[in-house]
Design a protein. Structure first.
Lengths: 276, 328
């Protein structure tokens, strides 16, 4: 049975993939379905959902179209989540490979730095970083990656430690390859699978951190984010709670989709491994 | 006991290194900030160039970076975190004032997620693959996907706005002049919602870990032996399977402390709880560099201490840990 076949037999994996597909569709079609500035005024303020079919989810305190904001927010969430997780995995893989392959003092120093990053709460670090450098999309991505690379680094190091004693690494040494070339061309690619298994957790955490940062007003002010939408709705929480609740549901579904799809992938590959 | 002592000694040495890296790292990060404490002070109060010079000199900001770092380290040795710009008070006093609230919030939330999470994990792991196992696994995953601050807002809408059962925020009723037990009860009612918001999202972690550990333990020989001895199912589940799955959860308690501390920043802001997390937000808003530095440092120390305690507990619970170090 193929891996894809097994993946499609798990209901969780299907649900997760469906949610993610819907989300990508939202992100890609946002400029087509809702051209123009999603932060522009579209109708009367505080219109409840399902009243006016030109504004299906109603409007917020300033009369902005909630559905348009939701679609454009999906773009930000996905862009930040994926790039922050990508950056974290890359940094982690490189640091872990260097530490594990070099050993000795380099290993010791790199791992103490990893310890230090794990000791400071990641969200506090991101908060400080964004508030210092100024909120923009790139800075938010960097801030999130800064607190998320330690897990991948540890996993990569552990994997490299077991790989570096293998015969093909010794072979590469014998033919005179440069140690850095061995580390990054022979060892790193083989150490990647367990590191990549972390990606769903890291993407999910990155999306949640981005939401929390923009909730506190530290997101990119020129972008619609779900976190900022929740914060905006908070001002009228008593009278119109739907303004905070709708983007929150979108966030929950997104993160859940990432978890479910990721778990499906890990499960199918794990089954495969135990069978072989 | 020598085992535990050896462990503490080794961990303390490691902690000093880690803490120095944290100090240097945050110092560099905050040095990179555009504008300094004097700019922030002038923006909020006004003043001329002469005052700026005087303030820069008084706060030691006109010296080189290395000198400032050395000054900072020297002050830290005396447990002096400097002066807060926004509060015009010693940072150590402000942090010590806010710390207990955060510790209570964190402690209660951790107790909630650990207690309920491991209990539900035992319930799910007693029968791996059953309906209740699948239901709890998916349900907890859904809970883990919820942003804490949003859960907080939903709880406010339901329990404080609609039902009016619980207060909407704050740590106690203002100017109520309550003392003793009634004050404690007042604080407890104020903490129900923030603790739930913080505790419920991390519940899934313990539940899933417990469940996975139990699924693993069921396959071990000692379970078969227990069955062969004719022990009741309940006894096997609790005293053999769950007990063996519990140890990794204790390690998780330590690893999770930094996360919970970070999570409390947002939760404290949602519920207007005057703790360390809210202070961090106030420091960001006021561009109070020394204060933010102090908070990050305090949290790092807190996380190190918690992990040390967790390691100690682990060493006492599991005789295998650190046995090799006692001889060394």
């Amino acid at each position: 049975m193929s891996r894809l076949h097994r993946f499609l037999r798990s209901p969780e994996a299907i649900a997760g993939t469906a949610i993610l597909a819907l989300l990508f569709a939202m992100a890609l079609t946002a400029p087509l379905l809702f051209p123009g500035d999603p932060q522009a005024i579209a109708g009367p303020a505080l219109l409840p959902p399902f009243q006016d079919w030109s504004l299906p989810l109603g409007t917020d305190r300033l009369g902005r179209d909630v559905l348009a904001e939701l679609f454009h927010g999906a773009r930000t969430s996905l862009a930040v989540g994926l790039s922050a997780a990508g950056a974290a995995l890359l940094i982690g893989a490189v640091v872990g490979t260097l530490a594990g392959f070099a050993g000795g003092l380099i290993d010791e120093v790199l791992m103490r730095i990893t310890d230090a990053f794990q000791t400071v709460p990641g969200f506090l670090l991101a908060l400080a970083f964004v508030s210092i450098v100024g909120p923009s999309l790139g800075v938010v991505v960097a801030a999130i990656a800064l607190g998320a690379w330690t897990g991948p680094a540890r996993v990569a190091r552990a994997e490299v430690l077991s790989i570096r004693e293998r015969d093909y690494v010794a072979g590469a040494r014998v033919i005179g390859m440069h140690p850095l070339e061995i580390a990054f061309r022979e060892v790193l690619p083989n150490a990647l699978p367990p590191v990549l298994a972390l990606s769903s957790v890291i993407v999910a955490a990155a999306i949640l951190t981005e939401a929390a940062l923009s909730f506190l007003g530290l997101g990119d002010p020129n972008r619609v984010t779900w976190g900022a939408m929740i914060a905006e709705g908070r001002a009228v929480l008593r009278t119109t709670p739907f303004l905070s609740i709708i983007p929150g549901i979108a966030l929950v579904l997104t993160v859940l989709g990432v978890y479910l799809a990721g778990e499906g992938v890990v499960e199918t590959t794990a089954v495969r491994r135990s069978l072989s | 006991m020598t085992r535990a002592l050896a462990l503490i000694r080794r961990r303390l040495v490691g902690s000093v290194f880690v803490l120095s890296i944290v100090i240097i790292g945050t110092f560099l990060l905050l040095e990179a900030a555009p504008g300094d404490a004097v700019d922030a002070y002038i923006v909020s109060t006004g003043g001329d160039a002469g005052l700026i010079e005087v303030l820069r000199h008084r706060w030691g900001l006109d010296q080189s970076e290395l000198t400032r770092l050395a000054n900072y380290l020297w002050a830290l040795c005396h447990l002096d975190l400097g002066q807060s710009v926004t509060f015009s008070r010693p940072i150590r006093d402000i942090i010590l004032e806010r710390l207990p609230t955060t510790l209570i919030l964190m402690g209660s939330a951790t107790a909630l997620s650990f207690g309920l999470g491991s209990a539900l994990g035992i319930y799910a792991g007693a029968k791996p693959g059953s309906f209740r196992d699948r239901f709890l696994s998916i349900g907890s995953l859904a809970l883990y996907a919820v942003p804490g601050f949003w859960l907080g807002l939903v709880l406010i809408v339901v329990f404080a706005v609609d039902l009016r059962w619980l207060p909407i925020g704050g740590i106690e009723t203002i100017a109520s002049a309550k003392t003793g037990l009634s004050r404690a009860a007042d604080i407890a009612t104020h903490l129900v919602l923030p603790v739930s918001a913080l505790g419920f999202i991390y519940l899934a972690l313990y539940l899933r870990m417990m469940r996975a550990g139990m699924a693993e333990a069921w396959r071990q020989d000692f379970v078969l032996a227990a069955r062969a001895r004719g022990l009741s199912r309940r006894r096997i589940v609790l005293a053999h399977v769950a007990r063996n799955a519990l140890l990794p959860l204790i390690t998780m308690l330590g690893l999770q402390s930094a996360q919970t501390l970070g999570g409390s920043v947002v939760i404290e802001s949602v519920f207007a709880v005057p703790g360390l997390g809210r202070l961090a937000q106030e420091a960001v808003a006021g561009r109070d560099t020394p204060l933010l530095l102090g908070i990050i440092l305090t949290s790092a120390v807190l996380v190190i201490v918690i992990n040390l305690l967790v390691d100690l507990a682990y060493a006492l619970l599991d005789p295998r840990v650190g046995a090799s170090e006692a001889g060394a």
